[in-house]
Design a protein around this ligand. Structure first.
Ligand code: SF4
Length: 291
């Protein structure tokens, strides 16, 4: 017993200072890829290598629009192997409230050999998402008033938050990272954030997986059972963009194809720092301790 006590005392505090300090991530950790848009000469090899369609392009009228969708990216690095203008980083703070903000694009003049010739200045038209049935509307007056009160009270008091995790068809990679949030290293309870067993006790749903058709009804029922105002965080490449599964006979694709989503946390899987960033962003506390 004295041995254990001595070890605990000599180990000291292991809890990350995040978000008061930047996340400590190994330089070998896989984070988001970055594209040097000005130096990118040909989107074809990277698009061919990309297993999820996160990198794509469209040619029309002597121009090419190249597009990168972070929500669909599984951080595999195949594009970086195929193209020197792309490099993998260890950046993990990628969560966004707006799905469209995860998409970046650029427009180039196209050469006869099919390579890019020159970056065309100005914003590139972002290709539209494939059509999918809209998620049910939830903007009832109660929902809208409740959201305003919730945001104000959270900004002022930083009150506690209860999360119900929903595995809607995940491989459990995201669940392993989510379990890390309760470890002494990430210790999500220091923010007054707790995981609960029932959606009836939850303020937030943390949803993983490309929603399988078997889980679609369960997800809708879980959403309906969560009291308003509620918040939904889609986790991982599958939850944000459908991942490598997309829409098929067994899956409905991203979470926002089934229920409305407030925050997207890309990654495959997103590590606990990335999850913390997304959860704190959902309650407007991502700058906690830094301001
Ligand atoms: S890192 Fe992302 S963009 Fe690059 S090949 Fe893999 S999934 Fe596609």
């Amino acid at each position: 017993m004295f041995g254990i006590l001595g070890k605990s005392l000599s180990t000291g505090i292991v809890t990350t200072k995040y978000p008061a300090a930047p996340p400590k991530v190994s330089i070998r950790a896989r984070g988001r890829p970055e594209i040097d848009w000005t130096q990118w000469k040909d989107a074809r090899p990277a698009a061919a290598a990309c297993p999820t369609g996160a990198i794509s392009f469209q040619d029309a009228g002597g121009h090419r629009t190249a597009r990168f969708d972070l929500a669909q990216c599984i951080f595999c690095g195949l594009c970086a192997d195929a193209d020197p203008a792309i490099r993998m980083t260890n950046r993990v703070e990628c969560a966004a409230r707006d799905r469209a903000s995860l998409i970046s694009a650029a427009r180039y003049k196209l050469g006869d050999d099919g390579a890019h010739r020159q970056l065309v200045p100005g914003p590139a038209p972002v290709a539209t998402e494939p059509a999918r049935p809209p998620a049910p509307a939830v903007s009832s007056p109660l929902e809208s008033i409740g959201r305003q009160i919730q945001q104000r009270s959270r900004l002022i008091f930083g009150r506690s938050l209860h999360i119900r995790e929903v595995d809607a068809g995940s491989c459990n990679g995201c669940e392993i990272e989510i379990a890390g949030l309760n470890s002494p290293v990430y210790d999500i309870e220091r923010f007054g954030i707790h995981f609960v067993a029932s959606p009836r006790h939850a303020d937030m749903l943390l949803v993983t997986g490309p929603v399988t058709r078997n889980m679609e009804l369960a997800l809708r029922k879980t959403y309906d059972a969560t009291p308003e105002p509620r918040c939904v965080v889609a986790v991982g490449a599958c939850g944000c963009g459908g991942g490598i599964f997309g829409v098929n006979y067994a899956t409905r694709g991203p979470v926002d194809a089934v229920i409305p989503v407030d925050v997207y946390v890309p990654g495959c899987p997103p590590n606990p720092h990335a999850l913390l960033h997304g959860i704190l962003r959902a309650i407007h506390r991502e700058q906690w301790g830094r301001i």
